[in-house]
Design a protein around this ligand. Structure first.
Ligand SMILES: Cc1ncc(COP(=O)(O)O)c(C=O)c1O
Length: 424
Protein backbone atom coordinates (compact mmCIF):
# COMPACT_ATOMS: atom_id res chain seq x y z
CA UNK A 1 0.00 0.00 0.00
CA UNK A 2 1.34 3.46 -0.85
CA UNK A 3 2.04 5.93 1.94
CA UNK A 4 -0.87 8.16 0.97
CA UNK A 5 -3.27 5.21 0.72
CA UNK A 6 -2.24 3.94 4.16
CA UNK A 7 -2.58 7.33 5.86
CA UNK A 8 -5.89 8.01 4.15
CA UNK A 9 -7.30 4.59 5.13
CA UNK A 10 -6.38 5.17 8.73
CA UNK A 11 -8.01 8.61 8.80
CA UNK A 12 -11.08 7.29 6.98
CA UNK A 13 -11.45 4.56 9.59
CA UNK A 14 -11.37 7.21 12.33
CA UNK A 15 -13.90 9.32 10.46
CA UNK A 16 -16.24 6.31 10.15
CA UNK A 17 -16.02 5.65 13.87
CA UNK A 18 -16.69 9.34 14.53
CA UNK A 19 -13.37 9.80 16.31
CA UNK A 20 -11.44 11.82 13.74
CA UNK A 21 -9.53 14.56 15.54
CA UNK A 22 -9.80 18.05 14.07
CA UNK A 23 -8.80 21.47 15.28
CA UNK A 24 -11.74 23.41 16.69
CA UNK A 25 -12.82 26.55 14.81
CA UNK A 26 -10.30 29.35 15.50
CA UNK A 27 -11.50 31.54 18.35
CA UNK A 28 -10.22 34.65 20.05
CA UNK A 29 -8.61 33.75 23.34
CA UNK A 30 -7.47 36.07 26.10
CA UNK A 31 -9.18 39.22 27.38
CA UNK A 32 -11.26 39.62 24.18
CA UNK A 33 -12.63 36.10 24.09
CA UNK A 34 -16.37 35.83 23.48
CA UNK A 35 -18.27 33.54 25.83
CA UNK A 36 -17.55 32.18 29.28
CA UNK A 37 -14.46 30.02 29.55
CA UNK A 38 -15.38 26.57 30.81
CA UNK A 39 -12.79 24.66 28.82
CA UNK A 40 -9.25 26.00 28.98
CA UNK A 41 -6.64 25.00 31.54
CA UNK A 42 -6.13 28.69 32.33
CA UNK A 43 -7.54 27.91 35.79
CA UNK A 44 -6.55 31.19 37.45
CA UNK A 45 -7.67 33.15 34.36
CA UNK A 46 -4.23 34.77 34.19
CA UNK A 47 -3.88 34.23 30.44
CA UNK A 48 -7.06 36.23 29.94
CA UNK A 49 -6.36 38.83 32.61
CA UNK A 50 -5.52 42.39 31.57
CA UNK A 51 -3.60 43.01 34.78
CA UNK A 52 -1.45 39.91 34.20
CA UNK A 53 -0.74 41.13 30.67
CA UNK A 54 0.26 44.55 32.01
CA UNK A 55 2.59 43.06 34.62
CA UNK A 56 4.13 40.82 32.01
CA UNK A 57 4.64 43.63 29.49
CA UNK A 58 6.25 45.80 32.14
CA UNK A 59 8.66 43.02 33.05
CA UNK A 60 9.44 42.31 29.41
CA UNK A 61 10.20 45.99 28.80
CA UNK A 62 12.67 46.12 31.64
CA UNK A 63 14.20 42.81 30.68
CA UNK A 64 17.34 42.82 28.58
CA UNK A 65 16.73 39.54 26.85
CA UNK A 66 13.32 38.87 25.32
CA UNK A 67 14.16 36.84 22.23
CA UNK A 68 15.34 33.32 21.54
CA UNK A 69 17.58 31.54 23.99
CA UNK A 70 20.20 30.82 21.34
CA UNK A 71 20.40 27.07 21.77
CA UNK A 72 20.16 24.10 24.05
CA UNK A 73 20.79 24.73 27.76
CA UNK A 74 24.00 22.78 27.32
CA UNK A 75 25.17 25.29 24.72
CA UNK A 76 23.85 28.55 26.20
CA UNK A 77 23.06 28.61 29.89
CA UNK A 78 21.74 32.15 30.28
CA UNK A 79 21.71 33.90 33.64
CA UNK A 80 17.93 34.28 33.26
CA UNK A 81 17.42 30.52 32.97
CA UNK A 82 19.79 29.73 35.84
CA UNK A 83 18.24 32.43 38.05
CA UNK A 84 14.73 31.13 37.36
CA UNK A 85 15.77 27.58 38.22
CA UNK A 86 17.24 28.80 41.51
CA UNK A 87 14.04 30.74 42.24
CA UNK A 88 11.91 27.68 41.46
CA UNK A 89 14.00 25.44 43.73
CA UNK A 90 13.63 27.93 46.59
CA UNK A 91 9.93 28.56 45.95
CA UNK A 92 9.04 24.87 45.80
CA UNK A 93 11.49 24.01 48.62
CA UNK A 94 13.26 21.45 46.46
CA UNK A 95 16.95 20.47 46.37
CA UNK A 96 17.12 21.08 42.60
CA UNK A 97 14.91 22.39 39.81
CA UNK A 98 15.40 21.62 36.13
CA UNK A 99 13.55 23.53 33.40
CA UNK A 100 12.06 21.77 30.38
CA UNK A 101 10.31 23.23 27.34
CA UNK A 102 7.05 21.50 28.25
CA UNK A 103 5.53 19.06 30.68
CA UNK A 104 5.46 16.54 27.86
CA UNK A 105 9.23 16.84 27.40
CA UNK A 106 9.83 16.63 31.14
CA UNK A 107 7.82 13.42 31.54
CA UNK A 108 9.37 11.82 28.49
CA UNK A 109 12.82 12.96 29.61
CA UNK A 110 12.42 11.60 33.12
CA UNK A 111 10.70 8.29 32.41
CA UNK A 112 12.79 7.45 29.36
CA UNK A 113 16.08 7.74 31.18
CA UNK A 114 15.74 7.32 34.98
CA UNK A 115 14.17 3.82 35.34
CA UNK A 116 16.90 1.26 34.59
CA UNK A 117 16.91 -2.18 33.03
CA UNK A 118 16.16 -4.04 36.27
CA UNK A 119 13.65 -1.53 37.64
CA UNK A 120 9.86 -1.53 37.65
CA UNK A 121 7.38 1.24 36.88
CA UNK A 122 3.89 1.04 38.35
CA UNK A 123 1.58 3.65 36.93
CA UNK A 124 -2.00 4.74 37.51
CA UNK A 125 -4.07 3.57 34.54
CA UNK A 126 -5.23 7.19 34.00
CA UNK A 127 -1.69 8.60 33.77
CA UNK A 128 -0.93 11.20 31.10
CA UNK A 129 0.20 10.14 27.61
CA UNK A 130 3.62 11.76 28.12
CA UNK A 131 4.40 9.36 30.99
CA UNK A 132 3.41 6.42 28.77
CA UNK A 133 5.66 7.62 25.99
CA UNK A 134 8.57 8.09 28.37
CA UNK A 135 8.13 4.69 30.04
CA UNK A 136 7.90 2.89 26.72
CA UNK A 137 11.19 4.43 25.64
CA UNK A 138 12.94 3.43 28.88
CA UNK A 139 15.14 0.46 29.65
CA UNK A 140 12.39 -0.70 32.03
CA UNK A 141 9.98 -0.98 29.07
CA UNK A 142 9.34 -4.69 29.78
CA UNK A 143 8.56 -4.04 33.43
CA UNK A 144 5.69 -1.54 33.25
CA UNK A 145 2.56 -2.36 35.26
CA UNK A 146 -0.64 -0.37 35.61
CA UNK A 147 -2.82 -0.26 38.71
CA UNK A 148 -6.46 0.74 38.93
CA UNK A 149 -7.10 4.44 38.94
CA UNK A 150 -6.53 5.89 42.42
CA UNK A 151 -6.71 2.43 44.05
CA UNK A 152 -4.10 1.88 46.75
CA UNK A 153 -5.40 -1.71 47.07
CA UNK A 154 -4.67 -2.35 43.41
CA UNK A 155 -1.22 -0.79 43.74
CA UNK A 156 -0.58 -2.89 46.85
CA UNK A 157 -1.60 -6.07 45.00
CA UNK A 158 0.68 -5.25 42.07
CA UNK A 159 3.55 -4.52 44.39
CA UNK A 160 3.03 -7.73 46.40
CA UNK A 161 2.86 -9.84 43.21
CA UNK A 162 6.08 -8.29 41.94
CA UNK A 163 7.84 -8.73 45.27
CA UNK A 164 6.94 -12.43 45.23
CA UNK A 165 8.31 -12.86 41.72
CA UNK A 166 11.47 -10.77 42.09
CA UNK A 167 13.41 -10.84 45.39
CA UNK A 168 15.55 -7.88 44.27
CA UNK A 169 12.62 -5.62 45.08
CA UNK A 170 12.58 -6.78 48.68
CA UNK A 171 16.32 -6.60 49.21
CA UNK A 172 16.38 -3.11 47.67
CA UNK A 173 18.74 -3.84 44.77
CA UNK A 174 16.32 -2.56 42.16
CA UNK A 175 13.96 0.40 42.15
CA UNK A 176 10.20 0.64 41.86
CA UNK A 177 8.82 3.88 40.41
CA UNK A 178 5.22 4.84 41.07
CA UNK A 179 3.78 7.35 38.56
CA UNK A 180 0.71 9.37 39.52
CA UNK A 181 -0.86 12.75 38.87
CA UNK A 182 -1.82 14.72 41.96
CA UNK A 183 -4.97 16.04 40.21
CA UNK A 184 -6.13 14.02 37.22
CA UNK A 185 -6.75 16.06 34.12
CA UNK A 186 -9.78 14.23 32.78
CA UNK A 187 -11.44 13.02 35.99
CA UNK A 188 -10.73 15.98 38.28
CA UNK A 189 -9.95 13.62 41.17
CA UNK A 190 -6.88 13.34 43.37
CA UNK A 191 -4.23 10.68 43.92
CA UNK A 192 -4.29 9.29 47.48
CA UNK A 193 -0.75 10.57 48.02
CA UNK A 194 -0.59 10.03 51.80
CA UNK A 195 -1.71 6.39 51.47
CA UNK A 196 0.72 5.72 48.63
CA UNK A 197 3.61 7.16 50.63
CA UNK A 198 2.65 5.02 53.61
CA UNK A 199 2.39 1.90 51.44
CA UNK A 200 5.84 2.51 49.96
CA UNK A 201 7.39 3.09 53.36
CA UNK A 202 5.95 -0.12 54.83
CA UNK A 203 6.37 -2.35 51.77
CA UNK A 204 9.79 -1.13 50.66
CA UNK A 205 11.74 -0.32 53.83
CA UNK A 206 15.04 -0.08 51.91
CA UNK A 207 13.77 3.15 50.33
CA UNK A 208 13.79 1.76 46.80
CA UNK A 209 10.20 2.87 46.14
CA UNK A 210 10.16 6.20 44.29
CA UNK A 211 7.01 8.25 43.99
CA UNK A 212 6.87 10.55 40.95
CA UNK A 213 4.05 13.09 41.06
CA UNK A 214 2.81 15.07 38.07
CA UNK A 215 1.30 18.30 39.45
CA UNK A 216 0.45 19.80 36.04
CA UNK A 217 -3.16 20.56 36.95
CA UNK A 218 -2.61 21.33 40.64
CA UNK A 219 0.11 23.93 40.15
CA UNK A 220 -0.92 27.41 41.28
CA UNK A 221 -4.16 26.16 42.82
CA UNK A 222 -3.36 23.96 45.82
CA UNK A 223 -0.95 24.25 48.69
CA UNK A 224 0.73 27.29 50.21
CA UNK A 225 1.20 29.91 47.48
CA UNK A 226 -0.01 27.38 44.91
CA UNK A 227 2.98 25.08 45.41
CA UNK A 228 0.84 22.01 44.71
CA UNK A 229 -0.69 19.08 46.54
CA UNK A 230 2.60 17.52 47.56
CA UNK A 231 3.45 20.75 49.40
CA UNK A 232 -0.08 21.02 50.80
CA UNK A 233 0.33 17.56 52.36
CA UNK A 234 3.90 18.26 53.51
CA UNK A 235 5.27 15.38 51.41
CA UNK A 236 8.10 17.22 49.64
CA UNK A 237 10.75 14.98 51.18
CA UNK A 238 8.81 11.77 50.50
CA UNK A 239 8.46 12.33 46.76
CA UNK A 240 11.45 11.59 44.54
CA UNK A 241 10.45 13.93 41.73
CA UNK A 242 7.61 16.41 41.15
CA UNK A 243 6.56 17.94 37.86
CA UNK A 244 5.05 21.42 37.69
CA UNK A 245 3.99 22.85 34.37
CA UNK A 246 3.59 26.50 33.43
CA UNK A 247 1.12 26.10 30.57
CA UNK A 248 -2.02 25.73 32.64
CA UNK A 249 -2.81 27.90 35.70
CA UNK A 250 0.43 29.84 35.24
CA UNK A 251 -0.46 31.18 31.79
CA UNK A 252 2.88 30.48 30.09
CA UNK A 253 4.49 27.34 28.73
CA UNK A 254 7.32 25.13 29.94
CA UNK A 255 7.80 22.93 32.98
CA UNK A 256 10.10 22.18 35.87
CA UNK A 257 11.18 18.92 37.47
CA UNK A 258 11.87 19.23 41.20
CA UNK A 259 14.29 16.55 42.19
CA UNK A 260 17.62 15.65 43.77
CA UNK A 261 20.91 17.15 42.54
CA UNK A 262 21.93 13.65 41.41
CA UNK A 263 18.84 13.16 39.22
CA UNK A 264 19.29 16.75 37.97
CA UNK A 265 22.83 15.91 36.77
CA UNK A 266 21.74 12.58 35.31
CA UNK A 267 18.96 14.24 33.32
CA UNK A 268 21.38 16.90 32.06
CA UNK A 269 23.53 14.08 30.74
CA UNK A 270 20.93 11.71 29.35
CA UNK A 271 17.49 13.33 28.92
CA UNK A 272 17.20 13.76 25.17
CA UNK A 273 14.18 16.15 25.23
CA UNK A 274 16.38 18.48 27.28
CA UNK A 275 19.72 18.06 25.55
CA UNK A 276 18.68 18.10 21.90
CA UNK A 277 16.36 21.08 21.85
CA UNK A 278 16.54 24.87 22.03
CA UNK A 279 15.86 26.09 25.56
CA UNK A 280 12.78 28.18 26.42
CA UNK A 281 12.96 31.66 24.92
CA UNK A 282 13.52 34.64 27.19
CA UNK A 283 9.97 35.99 26.84
CA UNK A 284 8.82 32.69 28.28
CA UNK A 285 11.30 32.83 31.15
CA UNK A 286 10.03 36.34 31.96
CA UNK A 287 6.41 35.13 31.81
CA UNK A 288 7.13 32.27 34.21
CA UNK A 289 8.87 34.75 36.51
CA UNK A 290 5.80 37.04 36.37
CA UNK A 291 3.54 34.14 37.28
CA UNK A 292 5.79 33.31 40.23
CA UNK A 293 5.41 36.94 41.39
CA UNK A 294 1.65 36.39 41.32
CA UNK A 295 1.98 33.22 43.37
CA UNK A 296 4.21 34.83 45.97
CA UNK A 297 2.36 38.15 46.40
CA UNK A 298 -0.86 36.44 47.49
CA UNK A 299 -2.86 37.25 44.33
CA UNK A 300 -2.99 33.60 43.29
CA UNK A 301 -4.27 32.52 46.70
CA UNK A 302 -7.23 34.88 46.37
CA UNK A 303 -7.89 33.67 42.84
CA UNK A 304 -7.71 29.99 43.75
CA UNK A 305 -9.97 30.49 46.77
CA UNK A 306 -12.64 31.97 44.52
CA UNK A 307 -12.05 29.25 41.92
CA UNK A 308 -12.48 26.43 44.42
CA UNK A 309 -15.58 28.04 45.94
CA UNK A 310 -17.14 27.83 42.47
CA UNK A 311 -16.86 24.02 42.68
CA UNK A 312 -19.20 24.10 45.70
CA UNK A 313 -21.51 26.53 43.90
CA UNK A 314 -21.70 24.25 40.87
CA UNK A 315 -22.38 21.13 42.92
CA UNK A 316 -24.89 22.80 45.22
CA UNK A 317 -26.87 23.89 42.19
CA UNK A 318 -26.63 20.68 40.17
CA UNK A 319 -26.58 17.93 42.83
CA UNK A 320 -30.31 18.07 43.75
CA UNK A 321 -31.24 17.26 40.14
CA UNK A 322 -28.48 14.90 39.14
CA UNK A 323 -30.02 11.76 40.66
CA UNK A 324 -33.25 12.39 38.75
CA UNK A 325 -31.50 12.35 35.39
CA UNK A 326 -30.98 9.15 33.39
CA UNK A 327 -27.24 8.41 33.73
CA UNK A 328 -26.69 8.24 29.97
CA UNK A 329 -28.08 11.79 29.69
CA UNK A 330 -25.90 13.30 32.44
CA UNK A 331 -24.26 11.97 35.56
CA UNK A 332 -21.40 12.99 37.79
CA UNK A 333 -18.78 10.59 39.17
CA UNK A 334 -19.69 9.34 42.65
CA UNK A 335 -16.45 10.59 44.22
CA UNK A 336 -17.37 14.18 43.38
CA UNK A 337 -20.78 13.89 45.02
CA UNK A 338 -19.60 12.75 48.46
CA UNK A 339 -19.68 15.61 50.99
CA UNK A 340 -15.98 15.17 51.79
CA UNK A 341 -14.90 15.61 48.13
CA UNK A 342 -12.01 18.03 47.75
CA UNK A 343 -12.94 20.97 45.53
CA UNK A 344 -11.53 20.65 42.03
CA UNK A 345 -11.35 22.96 39.02
CA UNK A 346 -12.18 20.02 36.74
CA UNK A 347 -15.68 18.51 36.71
CA UNK A 348 -16.35 15.72 34.24
CA UNK A 349 -20.01 15.85 33.22
CA UNK A 350 -20.47 12.27 32.04
CA UNK A 351 -22.82 11.75 29.13
CA UNK A 352 -23.23 9.43 26.16
CA UNK A 353 -23.84 12.55 24.05
CA UNK A 354 -20.77 14.65 24.77
CA UNK A 355 -20.62 16.25 21.31
CA UNK A 356 -24.25 17.45 21.16
CA UNK A 357 -24.15 18.63 24.78
CA UNK A 358 -20.98 20.61 24.22
CA UNK A 359 -22.37 22.12 20.99
CA UNK A 360 -25.55 23.13 22.84
CA UNK A 361 -23.54 24.85 25.58
CA UNK A 362 -21.20 26.55 23.12
CA UNK A 363 -24.13 28.00 21.17
CA UNK A 364 -25.31 29.60 24.40
CA UNK A 365 -21.92 31.13 25.21
CA UNK A 366 -20.69 28.49 27.69
CA UNK A 367 -17.47 27.44 26.03
CA UNK A 368 -16.81 23.73 26.60
CA UNK A 369 -15.24 20.81 24.77
CA UNK A 370 -16.41 17.21 24.45
CA UNK A 371 -13.85 14.63 25.54
CA UNK A 372 -14.42 11.30 23.86
CA UNK A 373 -12.70 7.98 23.24
CA UNK A 374 -9.76 7.46 22.57
CA UNK A 375 -8.74 10.37 24.84
CA UNK A 376 -10.84 8.74 27.62
CA UNK A 377 -11.81 5.04 27.91
CA UNK A 378 -14.74 3.72 25.86
CA UNK A 379 -18.06 4.48 27.52
CA UNK A 380 -16.58 7.34 29.54
CA UNK A 381 -17.33 10.25 27.18
CA UNK A 382 -17.84 13.53 28.93
CA UNK A 383 -17.96 17.28 28.72
CA UNK A 384 -15.03 18.40 30.81
CA UNK A 385 -16.13 21.50 32.68
CA UNK A 386 -13.13 23.56 33.79
CA UNK A 387 -13.77 26.23 36.37
CA UNK A 388 -11.74 29.43 36.44
CA UNK A 389 -11.00 32.24 38.81
CA UNK A 390 -12.51 34.51 36.14
CA UNK A 391 -15.90 32.76 36.24
CA UNK A 392 -18.66 34.35 38.29
CA UNK A 393 -21.32 32.76 40.48
CA UNK A 394 -23.92 34.03 37.99
CA UNK A 395 -22.12 32.25 35.14
CA UNK A 396 -22.15 29.00 37.11
CA UNK A 397 -25.86 29.47 37.78
CA UNK A 398 -26.58 29.91 34.09
CA UNK A 399 -24.31 27.02 33.11
CA UNK A 400 -26.16 24.64 35.44
CA UNK A 401 -29.46 25.96 34.04
CA UNK A 402 -28.25 25.25 30.50
CA UNK A 403 -27.09 21.73 31.44
CA UNK A 404 -30.50 20.95 32.90
CA UNK A 405 -32.35 22.53 29.98
CA UNK A 406 -30.37 20.32 27.59
CA UNK A 407 -31.03 17.28 29.77
CA UNK A 408 -34.76 17.98 29.50
CA UNK A 409 -34.56 17.94 25.72
CA UNK A 410 -33.12 14.42 25.96
CA UNK A 411 -35.76 12.98 28.28
CA UNK A 412 -39.19 11.47 27.74
CA UNK A 413 -41.93 14.11 28.29
CA UNK A 414 -43.14 12.44 31.52
CA UNK A 415 -39.67 12.39 33.06
CA UNK A 416 -39.10 16.08 32.31
CA UNK A 417 -41.33 17.10 35.18
CA UNK A 418 -38.78 15.62 37.58
CA UNK A 419 -36.44 18.49 37.00
CA UNK A 420 -39.10 21.07 36.19
CA UNK A 421 -38.43 22.92 39.44
CA UNK A 422 -34.90 23.67 38.30
CA UNK A 423 -34.30 27.30 37.40
CA UNK A 424 -33.78 26.87 33.66
C1 LIG B 1 -1.11 15.56 33.61
C2 LIG B 1 -0.32 16.22 32.53
N1 LIG B 1 1.01 16.07 32.52
C3 LIG B 1 1.77 16.65 31.57
C4 LIG B 1 1.20 17.41 30.59
C5 LIG B 1 2.06 18.02 29.54
O1 LIG B 1 2.32 19.34 29.90
P1 LIG B 1 2.61 20.43 28.78
O2 LIG B 1 1.30 20.88 28.25
O3 LIG B 1 3.39 21.48 29.48
O4 LIG B 1 3.41 19.73 27.73
C6 LIG B 1 -0.19 17.63 30.59
C7 LIG B 1 -0.81 18.50 29.56
O5 LIG B 1 -1.58 18.12 28.74
C8 LIG B 1 -0.97 17.00 31.57
O6 LIG B 1 -2.29 17.14 31.57
Amino acid sequence: MSLNARLQASLDSRRKRNILRRLPEPTTVGPNSTGSDFYTNDYLSLASSKSYHERLLKKLQSSHAVAGSGGSRLLVNSTAHATLEARLATFFQAPAALLFNSGFDANVGFFACIPGEHDFVLYDEAIHASVYDGMRASRARDSLYSFKHNSVESLDRRLSDLMRSDPRILDGTCSVFIAVESLYSMDGDFAPLLDIVQLLETSLPHGNGHLIVDEAHATGIYGPEGRGLVAMLGLEKKVTTRLHTFGKALACTGAVLLTSPLIYSYLLNYARPLIYTTALNHACITAIDTSLDILTDGTATQLSTHLLNLFDTFLTKLAPFIKKLPPDVIHLPQNILVPSARASPIIPVMTSKARPLSAYLNERGFLTRPIVWPTVPKGADRVRICLHAGNTVEEIDSLVGALLAWAQTQMQPRARGLIADAKL
